[in-house]
Design a protein. Sequence first.
Lengths: 293, 132
Amino acid sequence: MPSLDDLRKRITSVKSTQKITKAMKMVAAAKLRKAQENAEKGRPYSEKMNNVILNLSKSITDKENAPKLLVGTGEEKVHLCIVLTADRGLCGGFNTNIIKKAKSYFEKIISENKTLKIITVGSKGYDQLKRQYKSYIVENISFKESKNINYFDADKVGKIIIEKFEKNEFDVCAIFYNKFKNVITQIPQEQQIVPLNENKDDKDDSGNDNDYEFEPDEDEILSNLLPKNISTQIFKAMLENSASEQGSRMTAMDNATRNAGELVDRLTIEYNRSRQAAITKELIEIISGAESL
Amino acid sequence: MSNLFNIDIVNPEQSFLSKDNVFEVVIPAVEGEIGILKDHIPIISFLKPGIIRVFSESEEQSFYVEDGIVEFKDNTLSVLTSSIFDLKDTDKNFVSESISSAEAELSKDNIDDQKRFLLNHKVEVLKFISIN
């Protein structure tokens, strides 16, 4: 049975923790709004980019000579995985979910005797993966210094990927991130970016409206466009990730605040009970003392 | 019949400009400037550093772009670019910085001809901007 003093101390400490989590929730909510806005603003760019690439790849007839970034190297021995996580913790299952998704993919690759290479973006991912997969991690990038997500950072990652591709260091590249669905749901995603997965659902295959004029020719445009597309995909993933991170943190902190509240209630009842018990005990002592006289 | 069409300029962060009352747009495509009017045939091309001029009924706007892709289809011109700014609010420091970084890049000797051409062109355009 903890003493009254102990209980009082615990109550104050839980209360101050609650204050912190509440503040963090508020901050996350404010940041979430901004991140969500940014994610929405960034969407037209990647959508348009996708459209253009789709139109272009439709009009490419000579699949053999198409740029390798689009069709792949013809092999799939070396897999490069880009794991995008947050730089900070205290955001519920956000980081863990991505890592879990990535790990199951890693296991599949390893069991198929293929070579695995990992690039982690964000320090939390690196922290969680370095224990088990240290030897596979080829690069660890973190953008802790940049306050906002900007295209420049995504472009840096994109350039690294392209550089590696040109040196034939990998055949297939996939990125892992959390897709923002709503504040309470974020879905860990695995997306292949090299070679570009062609969408099989040709729902708008109605038209032969792809008689574009190309200047210069298709190949040249594609080889110029595909590297940009990689950066764009990464940027999109980063935007989704940041919205997810804030959403996840908000829910986690909301839960924490609520739990702290419950804990305070419970502790207060216990405190009151033991105080009452002490008073009753004292009263009994006095009464029985008086009776014995 | 109106001779107006739509233009959408988007950069990765946001939609930069969206108008539906332009009658001519001049874009600096890699193989030379292209002027686009209504009912141009569908075209995809990409940009070299230069100035996009947008002529609408009421005004004329100019933007500096570094690179990007343009697509024209169904009387909508989409410009995707990662670096763009309005010539009206040119940041002199940014321009001179860009010039010096491009010149530094030029002085390296391991760049290919195409890149050299683009960089030279970029310096030219930026210098033009900084003079005006």
